[in-house]
Write a protein that binds this ligand. Structure first.
Ligand code: SF4
Length: 917
């Protein structure tokens, strides 16, 4: 295996290195590197990242990651030199200067892999390469001599994928009771012989079993709230009764999570309770996601056949390579490398999924091979479905198949159920939403590429068979011309809106700019409440509501006609045709509901406010660039619709989390956790369970409140981050409440740290998706990562890679209109309720952020808060017994450099003293 003799380039925050084809590596200037890349194609890794480091956005070359994606599709690789070396069994580069040689070695190894007889991913490679050569993919020429032409023509992807089988509906689950002794015995089997017996876990598992008991009355599900401290082993704790029940009752248990990390962990742990396949070949455990996550084969076929051009077309061929080897076709968080989309600067991935609900179901030639249909069918037969909160709620609210709706659900990461319900049950009439609806009805606008088609094309056969249906389609298409069209944002800014909905949005925009007093300077979103609206806006809302009704009415008529066609059952309507019309009826149904929700929202403008809802106008902006304008409506208490839609039809529900209850100064606040579960809306009193964490927080963690970094002092903040990262020798997770500040801090310190061999990555700075950033962070114990909210929950990095969490300030809630309304409701319900409301939010955020630090019994580390003002009442956010110290930055640096155990031993007395202050 020879290194590939091509020049190679590497750029980091510490500098830039070039290596000749067969020569030496030398450090060079950014300008020199850019010139070299313009002259001849260079080997590099992650072109967009190198481009951003060089400040030259148009950089291109022979990206080793693209080669990796071609040679080993669906294989995991952390997209760093170190990660690449691990994935290919090469020696890790010791420093930046060694990276260009690694790139040559890695490219050589990948090319050599194509020549080996045992190359697992050979099938389809030669044909794909021919197409990629026509698209002038730079690697095609390099690879061509190494991939031999197969003796027989290769099967096309669409013929190679297996078909799913139609299966009969599963019978109702049997009514069974599972007893505590059998749960505990089963738990012991699952944890394995010789495993340490964890009392917290046994107690938790026994309690969770009650959720699966038969229900005594309609609308009276068993509801259990379980606070499970980190490390008790709650996953197996609920999988033990869940798997027992599924086996005895023949039913399906859904486990819903908030993060993809936990989904992955659940998939792994479920392997203890279930085999990967049953005797009949079906999977007992299925991961189910929203349809927009999966590859749509029809969109892919269109992209491969000319629907995409240039770089997106190359991406489509690499995705086709992956699709043949993918476990389940999941493009977002599945086995498609998260970095692949970013190499192509995000263009293309979304267009290959079914983002807009344009699926034609049985009318699609790939229906029987479709990943989405396969996963939905597998889920209906599964013992365990792993899903996310949003999907479970959407499924309960408007699932296609009543029978397949979940009735036994464990909401893990239960502290997020409120937020998930908040967004699922909200409504927003915005320009982006409205233009999506227009495209779904009318089809894409002129000049758009791709197969996207409107209602008339999708239902052409109905229109020709059923006159009334045809007329309804025509009427809907005509009426939908009143929705916003391409260029609407520009027209709004110029004061020249087209049609009634754009006119309304122009009014919304004008009023929002006139009234917002909070966010104009920052360049981010601005908003204003819907009170005292000017007459022009109210009038525009009335006209827009009429226009929306004019779209909804023919859609309803069409829904009726589709039903009639199914009932009449004409000769040409076979099972596949029926399934397609059922599919169309379903997607029509939820568009009708959407229009009705918009009309209701508009109907209220100018009238008295509905106390159940909070409405506001908003202009969404990013770096002062507008990207959406609209009217929003949220439930004041989203657990009200949650109770109706999810709880009421269920038989057993459990909400569990390490931070389910707020821990105020008086201890856990169960009353609030119960109110947040939605159970009160059904007059239910949920069961409660608590299992404390077995971790020794007193010895393994320290909270340091740094008192000498002034609020708003950016140079001091950046300096503090840099010095803390140096003191801890990397392994720092830095959390920010504002992207702008995070970028500024990163910009000031990344070069300095890189020169010391401490790589620093950041969300919203590096062109890398969050999941991949976390993989990079996990893989390199000297790396540090800066980020915002998504990282507070999504990072699960056990071990040394994460040994210090630094928060820039106390995470106060943003004073949005929605927050203000909920705060006011809390104040009205209780004396001092407003402050308690805010405190709960802050404590929850602190607890989640702190929770990143100690993931296993062996973990230890510091939690640093750079805030001179930290009210004592917030201390209870941290686990009981955790030492909390107020210190200067210098003291904090000393403690971080020493590590927790040492610092703790030396200073037990001073800690005790400081805790009393
Ligand atoms: S059935 Fe629908 S989602 Fe599946 S491939 Fe066909 S059009 Fe795409």
């Amino acid at each position: 295996m020879q290194p590939l003799p091509l020049p190679a380039l590497h750029a980091s925050h510490a500098g830039t290195w070039l290596r000749e084809a067969n020569g030496e590596t030398r450090e060079c200037s950014k300008g020199e590197a850019v010139m070299a890349a313009a002259d001849t194609p260079l080997l590099l890794m992650n072109a967009p990242l190198v481009a951003s480091r060089l400040g030259y956005p148009d950089l291109s070359g022979l990206d080793v990651l693209e080669l990796f994606a071609f040679v080993h599709p669906a294989k995991f690789c952390v997209p760093t030199p170190r990660g690449l070396a691990h994935a290919l069994d090469l020696q890790e580069p010791q420093n930046d200067a060694a990276v260009p040689a690694l790139l040559q070695a890695a490219a050589g190894a990948l090319v050599a892999a194509c020549e080996r007889a045992e190359w697992r991913e050979r099938e389809g490679a030669w044909s794909a390469l021919q197409s990629l050569a026509r698209l002038r993919w730079p690697w095609a020429q390099v690879l061509a001599p190494h991939i031999r032409k197969p003796e027989r023509a290769e099967r096309w992807l669409f013929t190679r994928l297996p078909e799913w089988e139609e299966t009969p509906d599963r019978p109702q689950p049997a009514q069974v009771l599972i007893e505590e002794p059998e749960i505990k015995a089963h738990l012991e089997r699952l944890t394995g012989e010789g495993a340490e017996r964890r009392e917290g876990q046994r107690h938790f598992a026994a309690g969770a079993g009650g959720v699966f008991a038969p229900r005594d009355a309609r609308r009276r599900p068993h509801v259990l709230l379980a606070q499970a401290g980190t490390g008790i082993g709650k996953t197996l704790g609920y999988l033990a009764p869940a798997s027992l029940w599924a086996a005895k009752a023949g039913g399906t248990v859904w486990v819903s999570t908030y993060t993809k990390n936990l989904q992955r962990q659940l998939r792994r742990e479920s392997g203890r309770a279930w085999p990967s396949l049953r005797d009949d070949g079906s999977p007992p455990v299925v991961v189910r996601k929203g349809r927009e996550n999966y590859l749509c084969l029809l969109n892919l076929e269109d992209a491969l056949q000319g629907g995409f051009a240039g770089r997106p077309a190359i991406l489509a061929h690499l995705v086709a390579r992956w699709a043949a080897y993918s476990q389940d076709g999941d493009m977002i968080g599945g086995d498609l490398p998260g970095w692949l989309g970013t190499l192509f600067r995000k263009r293309g991935i979304a267009a290959l999924t079914d983002q807009r609900g344009e699926c034609v179901y049985a009318g699609c030639p790939h229906y029987r091979k479709c990943f989405i249909e396969r996963s939905a069918r597998a889920a209906a037969q599964a013992d365990l479905v792993i899903a996310n909160h949003a999907l479970v709620m959407v499924n309960a609210a408007r699932g296609r198949d009543q029978g397949g709706r979940p009735t036994r659900i464990v909401f893990d990461e239960g502290h997020h159920v409120f937020d998930a319900a908040d967004s699922t049950f909200s409504a927003a009439l915005t320009g982006q939403e409205a233009i999506e609806l227009r495209r779904w009805i009318v089809g894409p606008e002129r000049g758009a590429r791709g197969r996207r088609r409107g209602l008339a094309a999708r239902l052409a056969d109905i229109a020709s068979y059923d006159d009334a249906g045809g007329l309804a389609i025509e009427a809907a298409v005509r009426a939908a011309q009143d929705l916003p069209s391409d260029g609407w944002l520009g027209r709004l800014a110029e004061g020249a809106p087209l049609g009634p909905v754009e006119s309304l949005l122009a009014q919304v925009r004008a009023v929002t700019y006139a009234r917002d007093e909070s966010g104009q300077e920052a360049g981010y979103g601005i908003e204003t409440e819907t009170a005292q609206l000017p007459g022009e806006l109210v009038e525009a809302a009335l006209i827009a509501a009429q226009a929306l009704a004019a779209i909804r009415q023919p859609l309803m008529k069409l829904g009726g006609r589709l039903e009639a066609v199914i009932e009449a059952g004409p000769d040409w309507l076979d099972a596949a045709g029926r399934a397609r019309i059922e599919g169309a009826r379903h997607s029509l149904g939820w568009r009708i509901d959407l229009l009705a929700a918009w009309e209701a929202l508009l109907g209220r403008l100018g009238g008295p406010a509905d106390p159940n809802f909070v409405d506001w106008l908003a202009v969404d902006r990013n770096d002062a660039r507008e990207f959406d304008v609209g009217i929003h409506r949220h439930w004041l208490d989203p657990m009200q619709p949650f109770a109706k839609v999810v709880l009421e039809p269920a038989h057993g529900i459990m909400l569990t989390s390490a931070t389910l209850t707020d821990r105020g100064e008086e201890g856990p606040d169960w009353a609030h956790a119960i109110a947040r579960s939605g159970a009160a809306h059904l007059d239910l009193v949920p069961g409660q369970l608590e299992a404390a964490s077995p971790f020794d927080y007193a010895a393994r963690a320290e909270v340091l409140i740094v008192t000498d970094i002034g609020r708003g002092d950016l140079p001091a903040l950046a300096g503090a981050y840099a010095r803390l990262i140096e003191a801890s020798d990397g392994g720092v997770l830095g959390l920010f409440t504002a992207i702008r500040r995070m970028r500024a801090v990163h910009g000031r310190i990344a070069d300095r740290l890189a020169r010391g061999g401490l790589p620093l990555y950041a969300q919203h700075v590096d062109p890398i998706d969050t999941g991949t950033l976390t993989d990079i962070f996990r893989d390199d114990p000297r790396a540090s990562l800066l980020g915002t909210d998504a990282l507070r929950d999504g990072v699960d990095v056990p071990g040394r890679s994460l040994r210090c969490v630094v928060m820039e300030s106390v995470p106060w809630p943003r004073p949005t209109i929605l927050h203000r309304a909920r705060r006011a409701a809390a104040a009205a319900a209780l004396d001092g309720g407003a402050q308690r409301h805010d405190d709960r939010i802050i404590r929850a955020r602190l607890a989640q952020a702190f929770g990143r630090l100690i993931r296993t019994r062996e973990d230890s580390g510091h939690f640093v808060l750079l805030s001179p003002a930290f009210p004592t009442r917030l201390r209870s956010a941290f686990p009981e017994g955790t030492p909390i110290l107020r210190v200067t930055l210098d003291e904090a640096l000393q403690r971080v450099a020493k590590g927790v155990g040492a610092a703790h031993r030396d200073n037990t007395d001073s800690i005790a003293e400081s805790q009393q202050t």
